[in-house]
Ligand binder design. Structure first.
Ligand code: F6P
Length: 547
């Protein structure tokens, strides 16, 4: 057994679980009229209701004891102060420095990183202003109307999610597009709609070696040159964001249009860096800085609030409670906000690429579950698709419900209906419907006898399904910054509990290596150079024969 599962705090939670697992939240709410107030927190405009969880005051005490045993406060300080907590890559994880809006210095290897961060923010402002006000024009003198971000993973999902979320603040003169997939359909379908004279491509890649991004960028470059009939046009129509300035220059991108960031920014934590350039272009640099301000406010909360009053800490610990003690395998996120429709997809990379690790910091295989499947869709759409599984399926799926009090696109009663549904779902998931209640309903509908008895068991809802509700005033850049930082820190908290490094991603490498070996076999129609297993060989041969 590992030190963690043997530890006093873990064992205490195990014993506590044996008691709590049999309790129904409906009863707990009835027993304690103060419960909602006891298990909710306000931070700025963010209201966090975690009362509909399978917990009591002792659960929180025990989870906080686990966090203290794991040294969480010290780890938080290490992250904020630039200690190289990404141990397998010998790097700091300083996304918090990117949104450090205070005058405080942040050091990596004895060097304050803040001047460089501010310098690049200044360059982003100059460039985004110039594009937005028509000073930076295309090769033929026309203003830029379409921005195409070419990137994948963290160089795509974050900026894409934010641009969608802040769409209501965007410049009406600019459209933003995101091309990530190596499937040529993604680029081709995007280019079909565009005029090369008014299009700006941003090639976003931390490493500038990612096959998908570089292939898409080369194809986009060829399209531009073909459309405008001049290789010189690349200078005005291509920008790049990367840590690898040598590679951007080799690619032929005008150094004036290159925006730098640094290896201590993880890909999935990079939207706060120059990777956020499409955001700055689309909604303006002021809004981008409001996003940073919001994240900084959450950083301060995370760094200073006591553990039992700390929203990211509590969210992380609740995830541990369900994942490691109740044995749940997935966590749903339901934004009751159409503008947040890409938030679950963004969270998938953040959470699953960070905490999908089976080896602890000391190199030992863990003997407890880590990571979790994150999924979700905006409400109310999900209600009419998959909520059935959460209401009456056999698996417990804790869910986060997020909703703004005010709509960005108010229309009649739409928003009240939206929120009525949001609140109703968490209520239904918690209280369920007893056999007596279901029977009374069926009787009221005129049912009786054998027909009633046959239908009755299907009408019963067990309830007792845990949810968190996060309400906020409206989805502006500041609040969005807070929400994203909240989930980043939640993921970090869990990594500390599990003693894993959330900032590397070695697991994605093997597939890349093997794809590199298979590609020439597909391109040249040659027999396998490297031996494959029988299934993979069969698939390659099937392609070669039938392509
Ligand atoms: O392969 C995974 C990954 O390295 C992610 O971690 C990263 O966000 C993505 O690829 C894109 O990487 P890059 O920004 O270097 O192109």
């Amino acid at each position: 057994m590992s030190k963690l599962t043997q530890s006093a705090a873990w064992q205490a939670l195990n014993a506590h679980y044996a008691i709590v697992k049999t309790q129904h939240m409906r009863q707990i709410f009835q027993d304690d009229p103060e419960r909602a107030g006891k298990f909710s927190l306000q931070f700025d405009d963010l209201f966090f209701d975690f009362s509909k969880n399978r917990i009591n005051a002792e659960t929180i005490q025990l989870l906080v004891a686990l966090a203290e045993q794991a040294g969480l406060p010290a780890y938080i300080e290490q992250m904020f102060t630039g200690v190289k907590i990404n141990s397998t890559e010998q790097r700091a994880a300083l996304h918090t420095a990117l949104r450090n809006r205070s005058a405080q210095a942040v050091y990596v290897d004895g060097k304050d990183v803040m001047p460089d961060i501010r310098r690049v923010l200044g360059l982003m402002r100059r460039f985004s202003d110039a594009v937005r006000n028509g000073q930076h024009v295309g090769h033929t003198g026309k203003a830029i109307r379409d921005i195409v971000n070419i990137g994948i993973g963290g160089s795509d999902l974050g900026p894409l999610m934010v641009c969608e979320a802040l769409k209501s603040y965007a410049s009406p003169q600019l459209n933003v597009h995101f091309v990530s997939n190596i499937d040529s359909a993604h680029l081709s379908e995007t280019l079909k709609k565009l005029d090369a004279q008014t299009t700006l491509f941003i090639v976003s890649s931390k490493t500038f070696t990612t096959q998908e991004t570089l292939t898409n960028a080369r194809s986009a470059r060829a399209w531009l040159i073909e459309q405008l009939g001049d290789e010189q046009s690349v200078a005005k129509h291509f920008a790049a964001v990367s840590t690898n300035l040598e590679a951007t220059s080799k690619f032929g991108i005008n150094p004036e249009n290159v925006f730098e960031f640094w290896d201590w920014v993880g890909g999935r934590y990079s939207l706060w860096s120059a990777i956020g350039l499409p955001i700055a272009l689309y909604v303006g640099m002021d809004k981008f800085e409001e996003l940073l301000d919001g994240a900084h406010a959450m950083d301060n909360h995370f760094r200073s609030a006591p553990l039992d009053k700390n929203i990211p800490v509590l969210m992380g610990l609740l995830g541990i409670w369900y994942g490691n003690f109740f044995g749940v395998g997935s966590n749903a996120v339901f934004p009751y906000c159409q503008y947040l429709h890409r938030f679950p997809a963004y969270l998938q990379q953040l959470d699953m690429e960070s905490n999908g690790k089976g080896t602890d910091r000391e190199g030992n295989a863990v003997d407890y579950d880590t990571g979790i499947t994150v999924w979700g869709e905006p409400g109310t759409n999900g209600q009419h698709a998959f909520y059935q599984l959460i209401h009456q399926g056999t698996r417990m799926i804790p869910a986060d419900f997020l909703a703004p009090l005010h709509s960005q696109a108010p229309l009649g009663e739409h928003h009240a209906i939206l929120l009525a549904n949001c609140f109703a779902q968490t209520e239904a998931l918690m209280v369920g419907k007893t056999s007596a209640e279901a029977r009374a309903e069926l009787v009221a509908q005129g049912m009786q006898g054998v027909a009633l008895e046959a239908l009755l068991p299907h009408k019963v809802f067990a309830g007792n399904k845990p949810t968190n509700t996060l309400l906020f005033d409206k989805l502006d850049a500041h609040t969005l910054g807070k929400l994203i930082a909240l989930y980043e820190h939640k993921v970090f908290v869990q990594s500390v509990m599990w003693n894993i490094n959330p900032f590397d991603q070695w697991g994605v490498e093997l597939g890349k290596q093997l794809a590199g070996k298979i590609l020439p076999e597909l391109l040249n129609n040659t027999p396998a150079v490297t031996p494959h297993d029988a299934s993979t060989s069969g698939l390659i041969q099937y392609y070669q024969k039938n392509h």
